[in-house]
Design a protein around this ligand. Sequence first.
Ligand code: MSP
Length: 477
Amino acid sequence: MAKYYITTPIDYVNAKPHIGHMYCDIAADVLARHYRQQGRDVLLSTGVDENSQKNVEAAEKQGIPVQQYVDGMAETWKKAFDDMDITYDSFVRTTSKEHEKAVQAMISAMQAKGDIYLGDYEGYYCVGCEEFKAEKDLIDGKCPIHKTEPKIIREKNYFFKLSNYRDQLLQWYADFPEAVQPASARNKMLSYITDEIQDISISRQSQKWGIRFPNDEEHAVYVWFDALINYLTVTGYPNEGYETWWPADVHLIGKDIIKFHCAIWPAMLLSAGLKLPNTIFAHGFFTINGDKISKSLGNAIDPQELVEQYSKDVLRYYLLREIPFGSDGDFSFDRLKQRYNGELANGLGNLVSRTLAMVEKYEISINNPQEISQQGQELIQKTGQYIKHFSFDKALTEVWNYIAVLDATIDSAKPWELAKAGKTKEIEKILSEVVRGISAIGQALESLLPDTAKTIQELVTAQPLKKPSEPLFARKD
Ligand code: MSP
């Protein structure tokens, strides 16, 4: 059976997850459910990035040992993904023994290739980004993302000869035009690789927290270098059998971390003699008044609160429909409510309840309510294609266009008037068409809105069919 390995970034655990983090995991979950439905053997990995200095600072603030802090936070994050029904198969923690082994194996392979050397580093470092910064990356001397002044660092570091991989990377981009998506990310990276690529520091001297550099206890492996390797840890690397899953079919990431994933990571893999991922897709940011939603800017929105107020599917619907995956967009509670009332309560919810209410009221028996018409097949096929191409908004739009078609079918046939005229056969024909259409909608939504799809499935298989005992989405005022 063909495999499908999909990864999400592993998050820093210096605070609780916000909707920006959950966004990527929801998208990954849609893909995972979709490919499982297609019969593929899926591995969905997520997890936490524990060796960061940010986590050390967060533990210090709480006055507890770092290990104890990250142990607790790993549970918090795992629970957040569980509560959202993210169907991950692997939850990786970078303080685990397996991960340490994978990191050390990869560094050894790169050392054997002659790609690692000891040098002096002097420059800026933003702990918020966990990134070495050049002067030109700063605005008024501050990191534009975290709005803080970076530290100045002077120390011995191990370096990776990234610049040696410039031509091979450009060749990879030329050979696989779909490897880095969307075009905005690809173009940015092509210009970075062409004009700016240089060797990078991959260790931090005297840093106590983090994976030890092979044969040099004084250095910790640079946290990004360690974190990227999690994608291999999950496959069992360096143990035999890791090729069952490697290379990844898709790395989903946020647009702020493209340099790490679309230049440094492929170069690391080339250096270690490993295959490159098939696709890397960078999504955009959720913003509030134009600022990235972020724990450090203090504008984070807790996904759990929205789930309590609405539901998991409502949050999934809003995040996936509001903004094309790959673009940025503002998060707005008003827009969420508008979409909820307009598209979920009045749109889908109303179609399902009025259709089934009429079936019940006019005592219509529907043969094969789950039989999918040609139009229904097309809907399922089209939504599947959109999902495959990361166009979740278009997949949902397609379903909602079909809801409008079914509503129009009812409105023009006016079953209530047919009932007055005693035209039972005609009512049966119209309502059968709509009920089967609803079944198709249920199938098309299986990976996008799994709870709603399940409810629809239960409603259309009930004997006899009857109006839902409570609305799928109750209107909110
Ligand atoms: N630890 C690194 C990732 C290592 S992967 C080998 C990291 N962690 S993070 O916690 O800062 O961010 C994790 C992911 O969340 C990133 O892909 C980032 O783009 C995403 N998001 C964080 N805030 C976001 C929004 N406001 N909107 C959308 N996604 C955002 O980076």
